[in-house]
Design a protein around this ligand. Structure first.
Ligand SMILES: NC(=O)c1ccc[n+]([C@@H]2O[C@H](COP(=O)([O-])OP(=O)(O)OC[C@H]3O[C@@H](n4cnc5c(N)ncnc54)[C@H](OP(=O)(O)O)[C@@H]3O)[C@@H](O)[C@H]2O)c1
Length: 345
């Protein structure tokens, strides 16, 4: 495993980090009632997956207050405790912003402080290595019900938490270039987070305005979704698309259609050929090959410090660390794969 810097913070994360969203199990949006979690989660399987990650050198765990409304943070802490892992050896990231509790908005300053204290209790620690603002929409309702811009106040609270030793590195997760461009000069984060994979490269592609922004502010990038929730592993049958269990967030995603799954399958066949895979499609060896290819492709981009695939069990965890032992992707393969998948949605 290799480790890369989180901006100028001094924190270093494993190139393969593990996303903790699935650990939270199912939960539902307080605003819309839509599922925002994962069904059928088994704590013993998660423990075995965490152990497999640690054995491979994973030190980066990406969590959030809203994943299972605190369950994912507690499960991570419980698991690391059970495995006897020393806190100082691990980089624990968590986020605030989507979970509002009884506050008028997730970025209300006192609420950020409350959530930080709750995350510290859930994680059984007295500091968070990377604390993210989870989204880039800083305008929301105030106590008077009127629209209020929380950006400067929220940034102020975050920097106070750093001064108090409760946060080591500051992160901004957001879903559009515009949101990043507004937040970054005010918050001055060390690291940005968003989705990046063979199908979505808006934030990491050469020429992306986000790359310029990151260079200007000395930020690095954590990429979620490197495997696109299994789509890039060719695990779903286009003729029989998956029907997810009640409570699985993917039931609301529009990407699991026969057309998309068929298109991706065709592109993955070409990618296997170019990269010389000898594995038979559909076998565990093939899944590991595709997982490694997808993660190494993202890691071959400037500024990316870590990819954070999720996992349910030991098998998936072992598969997803394969990228750490394979040789880094060449620039020629990175560019070729980018061209192959470019714009495929
Ligand atoms: N900042 C943000 O707003 C944000 C948003 C999304 C995610 N994240 C972070 O990014 C992490 C990753 O999220 P993600 O969107 O990429 O989803 P994900 O957590 O990677 O998706 C997990 C699902 O992918 C499948 N999977 C993963 N590895 C597999 C393998 N080796 N073989 C077969 N299936 C495999 C499993 O599906 P099955 O259930 O079918 O087995 C698993 O349930 C999250 O845990 C979270 O920490 C952050």
């Amino acid at each position: 495993m290799k480790y890369r810097p989180v901006g100028t913070s001094g924190v270093k994360v494993s190139e393969i980090g593990f996303g903790c969203w699935t650990m939270g199990g199912p939960n539902w949006s307080a605003l819309t009632g839509a599922p925002i979690g994962w069904a059928d989660v088994n704590d013993a399987d998660i423990l075995a997956g965490i152990k497999a990650g640690l054995d491979a050198g994973v030190n980066h765990w990406d969590n959030a207050d809203i994943y299972g409304n605190g369950r994912a943070e507690r499960t991570l802490a419980q698991s690391l405790g059970t495995l006897g892992v020393s806190r100082q050896t691990q980089v624990i990231a968590t986020k605030v912003g989507h979970f509002r509790g009884t506050a008028p908005y997730g970025y209300e300053p006192a609420h950020i402080r409350n959530q930080c204290e709750q995350s510290l209790r859930n994680l059984r620690t007295d500091y968070i290595d990377i604390y993210y603002f989870h989204h880039g929409t800083y305008v929301g309702p105030g106590y008077d019900g009127q629209a209020h811009d929380y950006l400067h106040e929220a940034a102020g609270v975050m920097h106070d938490l750093v001064k108090e030793g409760k946060v080591r590195a500051v992160g901004q997760s957001a879903y559009s270039i515009e949101d990043f461009e507004r937040a970054v000069p005010v918050l001055r984060p060390h690291v940005l987070q968003n989705k990046a994979n063979l199908r979505y490269d808006e934030f990491i592609a050469p020429g992306s305005p986000l790359r310029r922004l990151m260079r200007e502010h000395g930020c690095t990038f954590v990429a979620f979704g490197p495997l696109d929730q299994g789509i890039l592993l060719d695990k779903f049958d286009p003729d029989n698309p998956p029907a997810f269990l009640e409570g699985d967030y993917r039931g609301n995603r529009k990407d699991f259609t026969p057309e998309i799954l068929r298109t991706v399958r065709g592109l993955l066949a070409k990618a296997r050929e170019r990269l010389g895979s000898a594995a038979t499609p559909g076998t565990p060896e093939d899944t590991a090959f595709l997982s490694s290819m997808a993660s190494r492709w993202v890691l071959a981009h400037e500024n990316v410090c870590s990819v954070i695939p999720g996992f349910r069990n030991e098998r998936q965890a072992r598969c997803n660390v394969r990228a750490a032992v394979d040789a880094p992707m060449s620039e020629a393969d990175r560019a070729w794969l980018g061209g192959l998948f470019g714009g495929v949605r």
